[in-house]
Design a protein around this ligand. Sequence first.
Ligand SMILES: Cc1ncc(COP(=O)(O)O)c(C=O)c1O
Length: 449
Amino acid sequence: MPKILPKDSLSQIFKSPIFQSPDEWLAFDKTHLWHPYTSMKDPLPCYPVTGAQGVMLELADGRQLIDGMSSWWSAIHGYGQAALITAAQTQLERMSHVMFGGIAHQPAAELGARLLRLAPDNLEHIFLADSGSISVEVALKMALQFWQSNGEKNKQSFLTVRGGYHGDPFSCMSVGDPENGQHHLFPRAIAQHIFVPRPEIGFYDDWDARDIAPLEAAIKARHQEVAAVIIEPIVQGAGGMRFYHPEYLKAARALCDAYNVLLIFDEIATGFGRTGQMWAMEYAGITPDIFCVGKALTGGMMTLAATMTTRHVAMTISEGAVPELMHGPTFMGNPLACAVASASLDLLTQTGQGALYPQGWQSNIARIERGLQALKPLADHAGVKDVRVLGAIGVVEMNVPVNVAAIQEAFVKAGVWVRPFGRLIYVMPPYIISDKELEVLCGAIVSVV
Ligand SMILES: Cc1ncc(COP(=O)(O)O)c(C=O)c1O
């Protein structure tokens, strides 16, 4: 059993804490620490969280909140899973980190082998990156280097759909939605790529081939300059939480093949079962040339991501004038994160007695999908534009942007952790959430809306 430190053990972490109470460190935080997408002058309120166990986040005043967010898609098994803590503690004592340059270690190999078992057969080569955004950066670089090696020096643009999100660094922003990504703020710093309208036909709607026409027209007209199409399969996450039709992806794959363009799938949010398939692309029955995963890879314990690619892409790069893939972050292949990721993948995939998912993770996702239907009656509410559910993702899209501070306060009062953005109130709870907890989560959303 892992050593789980008791509550009064903070002194083991902070030998001489600077702050004596949550109010004190919260005040410091407010004055000095930037939070995601906030102003330093007038930040949105932050809630002091002192612990997390199962599906619960614990606030400093002892209140327990049911986590509807899985810490932004990552904590799929909930918090404090003994198997993950054991893996972390054991690896930590053996070797927390060593450089990956010129050094190999078993945690990376164990993780790599597990990823290859789960990933589509055509993907054989793996770059272990230190965050989702970096895995996207590496994917883009792989595509560019592939064409360089092929002698196609003009292929340096990316083609993508509006409404996408691939991370906040400049390369990722450059292929993210131009409005959400605030391209207008940095016109000279952001590379100019090619955008077509987002897919409009929903996941559950009847397919209409007109949806793919803009992508088709763009590939036909500009394939000589396009290195790759990059897209989030099936679910556009932070760019709008929209679920589009699998036929769109099939058609995109066919177009990329026909016009000699690589296809990059970003499953950093959707991967590891969230949509009801291990990979969202399975709804379309197709595979990419380059594939990014992250977030839930370590079960949300720490940061790690991976970019996978085919033998063809890897060998073409490796036989080019510059055969090295020119990337190598300090924490590449971090052994601690790799060990935890392997333990997390084992938790996800093991079944039977004693397993976290005795009947398989699929049955948990199906159960959560059924439970999330409790949001559906909100569709009749005057302020609601749409309610949609896919796998363990539930979305309530409002007509106008919500007041995040006010609505979050209401959610906390109702005992749940939900973090809306823009017009979207959405949840993707840990796979271990119970029916009762899911009922409370959905009930809170219905009553707050
Ligand atoms: C689809 C997608 N790609 C990339 C990223 C960036 O990942 P990270 O925040 O780990 O850098 C995210 C993060 O939300 C994402 O949802």
